[in-house]
Design a protein around this ligand. Structure first.
Ligand code: MN
Length: 269
């Protein structure tokens, strides 16, 4: 049986990035595109729970079976998996702009891959560089790298969630970890035409990269592949909290019942 590859993004179904990804992915199995009808960048893993969703057939160049959804990237993956049984892997992108370091928290591109992992499937996100002039990335020159990455990752058995960033004119491929020590989110104030204050929550360029991180590889023109995980538990802090007997007895004493109301209510102790 041929591999079933569901393709999503956060730039919207008409983005050139999704067409480029579908073109390469078709060499590895059957492809179906399910993507937002309008841009949903920076929506993270949001889902639409307050209104119903539509799933509409959409004609795209390349003759791919494609559907547009009036929702978020995570919604698209949910509907895509619902409408097409036996999906093997979800690919997301190729995003017009990198998703490196702490940007991973906001990225809709990565969130689509994350939604696949939440369903027990595999998810791989692809993002690439854009210039300040916003000229379209050279997807033809990136194609061999996307193919090489897919060749490698689709063979993997584990790695349920992977974040891939493709720089302009890549020199090679590197395994990396997420850069977490810096954050580029910044509030920039301005004025509207009536001189009232407005604000942009935007991204400012960061200087310096830690060796071995996604930002480090990307800045050196290497394709960055970062395996991620869903479990956000801070194991070190949890281990520290679990060996604090005195705090537990303090909660018991306050609750008035030995063994504790807190315990019955299922509250953390
Ligand atoms: Mn985007």
């Amino acid at each position: 049986m041929k591999r079933r590859i569901l393709i999503c993004n956060d730039d919207g179904i008409y983005s050139p990035g999704i067409a480029a990804l579908a073109k390469v992915a078709a060499r590895f199995g059957d492809v179906r595109i399910v993507a937002p009808d309008v841009e949903q960048s920076s929506m993270g893993a949001a889902i639409t729970s307050s209104r119903p969703l539509r799933y509409r057939r959409t004609a795209l160049p390349g003759d791919f079976e494609a559907y547009r959804v009036n929702g978020t990237p995570a919604d698209c993956v949910a509907l895509g998996v619902y409408q097409w049984s036996r999906v093997d892997v979800v690919l997301s992108g190729i995003n017009l702009g990198p998703n490196l370091g702490s940007a991973c928290w906001h990225s809709g591109t990565l969130a689509a891959a994350k939604q696949a992992a939440l369903f027990g499937l595999r998810g791989i996100a692809f993002s690439t560089a854009v210039t300040l002039q916003e000229t379209e990335p050279d997807f033809v020159s990136l194609e061999p790298f996307v193919e090489q990455v897919l060749q490698q990752l689709l063979e993997e058995k584990g790695m349920c969630l992977v974040n891939v960033n493709l720089p302009d004119k890549p020199k090679g491929i590197r395994w990396t970890r997420q850069a977490v020590k810096q954050y580029d989110g910044d509030v920039v104030p301005g004025k509207d035409p009536f001189k009232r204050p407005i604000y942009w929550f935007t991204v400012k360029p960061l200087q310096g990269e830690e060796e071995g991180t996604d930002r480090w590889a990307f800045a050196r023109h290497f394709v960055s592949i970062t395996p991620l995980r869903l479990d956000l538990t801070d194991e070190k802090e949890l281990a520290r909290a679990l060996v604090r007997p005195r705090q537990v007895s303090a909660v018991k004493a306050r609750s008035g019942v030995p063994g504790g109301a807190a315990k019955k209510a299922g509250r953390p102790q």
